[in-house]
Design a protein. Structure first.
Lengths: 443, 175, 383
């Protein structure tokens, strides 16, 4: 009961800091996109565009607040608020490291996260409806249909992880991965893979971003939203990305564990956070001298200073010897590894966005319902069988999981082959149809 | 003290939202207020340490059923009134039923006042902190003693879903 | 088109009963639309999500080019031609200059012909690169656009060095060339072509085997060869339907008869085949360029034509294989310094007729892909 202020602090940090972080994730996305497209990205505002999110936020805040003529005022206001609330509340049960969790020791842990983020589609469908725009409604309904279709897949994939962990509690899941000496991605790779795809669809990212694509006939549910309301939707989307990445990391990628947490001769990995931050700081110092404007080099020096301070804190809490800040070791290092994994997950999202074209809506739904849901379901059954084998018949857990993963892969191949045959038949029907649809060109 | 404050907060939201829901003209507004009512009820569940019920309420009721409601409200134009049988007797029947329910609720509350200190008709409920975790209890119940009804209910839901899809499909296929 | 006669309204969608009823809906796409590649307006008649009819409304970019031609001298009209298919200005210029040379019964000297071939093939590559980038962008692949622009930039640099302009080049003159090939033209072209093979492989890696790309383009926008020929469709669209017809081989002009190259032909006539055909055409253009620069004959670059051009009375039709299709010029001369009539056969205009046939039965989402695959430029459609 004495630590309620820690939870309150965490909650405040989420509400205050996550919008800033989401803004910087947008900048990172633009820079990564530019890098993959042989260009530079934002460069003007701040050194290397580092102050771009600040400029964007200011601009959005001072923009005129337009509400369409016959729009439903209350719902028009309420919809983005609901989206953001759902996204930020679901972060309440996410543990960003062993210290940082708002809803500590809540029994249902990850289920809370998944359930509350299921409120997200409401913001979308209400927003689309309230815009009083035919195309917005179509976009909103499509987006919502996509989200609720892939929620099932995501749920099943998570269930396979929960079966392995035996609990829904966030800390217990990570603890079990530590005692098992393996991240669950190695035990249940298909579960992770399915969850990865479902989470891309859940956050409306490419290749599943048809409802919000610019070159489509409709511009999606966000059409009529401009200025700050639009930025709330974007904040909700990026916060959702952080949430699904965190859930995936916690359940499958070992949460806040260092790689190979129980292997002692890899203990030097504990020095990685300090060295990494120090290297970033050194690079910033190096670049600070090369900035064209004085204010930019001051900013860069400030960033360098911040990096060095954080690196020093990390260094002083390292587990070697008797360093002064060692009581902070678990919290800090855990948070570092967790955020690193979440960043990798989000980088994967971005990488896929810039590489793949987007699915058409019917193809997207077919992928979800015909391929992914059966696959996720079969995966759950197989994991359950493997666990039953290992607990009832004493089979080695790894062996059992390997056997059933192979079985699931076989089932996946069959599913894909069946789906190919089906879509070949469908397109053959379309081919046959198209010769029937021939109209005479009279007139 | 904090407990009562939290309870009154959620209960207040629930009651006000329920009243607003019933009095709105716009169906979508009603749906939105129903959502807030359900969320407030879920909050009360959480306060009673019934975490799984809380999340089940949000997942299923709000995230599933209310989405369905909203889809239906949007896809069906409601300003065209359905032809209804209007009868003058309706008002009196409604009044009678409301009175009956009100009397029932009053009787329950009056009886409750008699049980000292707890306000419940069930004597000696377990304090919330001492109960085993809600999820495990529920799972034990569902997959242990109540397995057959659980399976029957899930088959029933599956049949309903398949039936709905079949019926909807037939309608669009018919030229 | 009779189909939309009664239900056509300007902008608002027409709906009867429910939002998603199976009653028909007419929606309007364009003229301002990020994916119609210019000011094209397409009225779509939908049955639910499927397109059952369409009508193109064009003319938003009509500038009266053919009428202007009647009031300009032959040389004065040449820059106007660039502005039609502004994406591949050099080809337009080639067709016009060769048509007037045919009328004057002169032939450009061999050196001029070879340099014209090199520049035209580079322009074909540039045009196909722009097409590939924008088509991929419409379907959702964000990255190929930037890679294609990077290569196109190299080609435009070569044009700028040659004639001073990147886009509306006016590179050729009637009777030959005005500018001699600059010193490092061969080296530049060679360096570009050497790099280009790897780059085409990059685009191919991103798209050709990608199952999402295949899913979006296979069996989308089918057009069989009979329909192509009936509609007068030409260019890569025709070749993707299986008809091996390319004016560079069938009726060679410039210096094409001297070089060995293949004509890629598709089988099904869907969007994927058109993509493969254009990709392969880029490779073949690269080969032509490499062969051409090995051996540019020495000699004059301009034939003996006077300063004042007065072609004899008569008419001529000359067609070339532009990147978009068969670009034809029908010039009627009445003996004066200004043509009596210049009629341009724009490939995009004629290919656009096939749009209706191609989009019937498809979903609205495919319309964007199909318009993209036709590779139309509104400057040419409307003139």
């Amino acid at each position: 009961m004495q630590t309620w202020w820690v939870e309150l602090l965490c909650a405040l940090l989420i509400v205050l800091v996550v919008p800033l972080i989401a803004g910087y994730i947008v900048l990172v996305e633009r820079k990564v996109m530019a890098d993959m497209q042989a260009r530079l990205g934002p460069m003007r505002v701040g050194p290397h565009g580092l102050l771009q999110p600040v400029a964007d936020a200011l601009k959005l805040l001072i923009k005129e607040d337009l509400i369409p003529n016959n729009a439903d005022q209350f719902i028009f206001w309420f919809a983005p608020v609901l989206s953001v609330t759902a996204a930020l509340t679901s972060m309440g049960a996410v543990a960003f490291g062993p210290w940082f969790q708002v809803a500590r020791d809540i029994n249902i842990g990850l289920l809370f996260v998944v359930g509350v983020s299921a409120l997200g589609p409401f913001g979308i469908v209400l927003g689309g409806w309230a815009s009083n725009n035919h195309y917005s409604i179509i976009g909103a309904l499509r987006s919502t249909a996509q989200l609720i279709s892939y929620e099932t897949t995501a749920g099943f994939a998570l269930v396979s992880g929960f079966l392995l962990a035996g609990t829904l509690n966030v800390r217990a899941i990570v603890e079990h991965q530590r005692t098992e000496n393996a991240w669950y991605v190695f035990l249940a790779p298909i579960g992770f893979f399915t969850y990865l795809i479902a989470s891309i669809a859940e956050t409306n990212r490419a290749p599943f971003d048809l409802p919000e694509a610019e070159s489509e006939l409709v511009a999606g549910y966000m059409t009529e939203y401009s200025g700050f309301r639009w930025s709330l939707y974007v904040l909700a989307e990026y916060a959702n990305m952080i949430v699904v990445a965190s859930v995936g990391t916690t359940l499958f990628l070992g949460g806040w564990l260092r790689p190979f947490p129980n292997v002692h001769w890899l203990g030097w990995l504990d020095a990685v956070p300090t060295l990494l931050l120090a290297a970033v700081g050194a690079y910033c110092v190096f670049r600070a001298g090369k900035q064209p404007a004085r204010v930019q080099s001051l900013f860069m020096s400030a960033v360098a200073l911040a990096c060095f301070v954080v690196a020093a804190i990390f260094g002083l809490s390292a587990p070697f010897g008797h360093l002064p800040l060692q009581f902070m070791h678990d919290g800090l290092y855990g948070a570092f590894w967790f955020l690193l994994k979440v960043s990798v997950y989000i980088y994967l999202f971005m990488w896929l966005r810039f590489t793949l074209p987007r699915f058409r809506f019917d193809q997207l739904m077919r992928l979800g319902w015909h391929i992914l849901i059966p696959l996720a379901f079969i995966n759950v059954v197989d994991v359950a069988v493997a666990l039953a084998l290992s607990s009832e018949f004493g089979l080695n857990r790894w062996l059992a999981m390997a056997v059933t993963t192979a079985a699931t892969l076989g089932a996946a191949m069959l599913l894909l082959r069946w789906n190919d045959k089906y879509s070949a038949a469908a397109s053959a029907a379309l081919l046959a149809d198209s010769s029937i649809v021939e109209d005479s060109h009279a007139g | 003290m904090l407990d009562s404050a939290i309870f009154y907060f959620f209960a207040g939201i629930a009651v006000i939202s329920a009243v607003l829901m019933v009095t709105r003209r716009n169906a979508i507004h009603s749906a939105v207020f129903l959502i807030t009512t359900l969320l407030a009820t879920a909050g009360i569940f959480l306060q009673l340490r019934a975490e799984f019920l809380f999340i089940a309420q949000i997942f299923l009721y709000v995230g599933g059923i209310m989405v369905l409601f909203i889809f239906v409200i949007m896809l069906v134009r409601l300003d065209v009134p359905l032809p209804q049988i209007r009868s003058g007797l309706q008002k009196w029947i409604a009044l009678f039923v409301a009175l009956a329910v009100g009397v029932e609720a009053g009787v329950v509350l009056w009886q409750a006042r008699k049980v000292p200190g707890q306000g419940l008709l069930i004597p000696n409920p377990a304090p919330a902190g001492k109960l085993p975790p809600n999820t495990e209890e529920l799972a034990r119940g569902l997959f242990g003693s109540y397995l057959l009804p659980f399976e029957i209910a899930s088959v029933l839901l599956l049949v309903a879903m398949v039936g709905a899809v079949v019926m909807a499909k037939k309608r669009t296929d018919a030229p | 088109m009779k189909i939309l006669a009664d239900t056509v309204h300007e902008n608002a969608p027409q709906k009867t009963d429910t939002l998603f009823g199976s009653d028909e809906l007419v929606i309007n796409m364009g003229p301002q639309h990020p994916a119609t590649h210019g000011v094209l307006r397409v009225k779509l008649k939908l049955d639910g999500e499927r397109v059952v009819g369409s009508e193109c409304v064009i003319g938003y970019l009509h500038r009266g080019v053919e009428k202007i031609a009647e009031n300009r001298t032959y040389q004065q009209f040449a820059p106007y031609v660039d502005r039609m298919d502004y994406v591949s200005a050099v080809s337009n210029g080639l067709g016009y200059c060769e048509a007037v040379e045919k009328l004057l019964v002169v032939e450009a000297p061999p050196r001029a012909r070879v340099i014209r071939t090199v520049l035209t093939e580079l322009q074909r590559i540039a045009s196909h690169l722009l097409w590939l980038g924008t088509h991929a962008l419409d379907i959702g692949a964000l990255t190929p656009l930037f890679y294609c622009m990077r290569e196109r930039e190299e080609v435009l640099k070569i044009f700028e060095k040659y004639c001073g302009a990147r886009l509306t080049t006016h590179a050729f003159r009637i009777g030959g060339l005005q500018y001699e090939a600059y010193d490092t033209l061969e080296k530049d072209v060679e360096r570009f072509c050497k790099n280009f093979e790897g780059r085409i492989q990059e685009y191919s890696d991103l798209l050709t085997g990608n199952s999402i790309w295949i899913g979006r383009t296979r069996n989308v926008g089918l057009l069989n060869s009979a329909d192509c020929i009936a509609l007068g469709v030409s260019g890569p669209v025709l070749r993707a339907s299986g008809v091996k017809w390319d004016l560079r081989k069938a009726m060679p002009y410039a210096a094409y008869d001297q070089y060995k190259f293949e004509i890629p032909v598709g089988t099904r006539g869907d969007t994927y085949d058109r993509y493969m055909v254009r990709l392969e055409e880029m490779r073949q253009s690269r080969l032509i360029c490499l062969q051409a620069i090995e051996n540019i004959p020495a000699g004059p670059i301009m034939a003996r034509v006077g300063k004042v051009l007065k072609p004899p009375v008569g008419e001529v039709y000359h067609a070339i294989e532009a990147p978009k299709g068969i670009l034809g010029y029908y010039i009627v001369s009445d003996g004066s310094i200004q043509p009596y009539r210049v009629r341009i056969r724009p490939p995009s205009f004629i290919n656009l007729q096939a749009l209706d046939k191609m989009i019937r039965g498809h979903l609205v989402t495919d319309v964007v892909a199909i318009i993209g695959t036709l590779d139309i430029v509104l400057g040419e459609v409307d003139r």
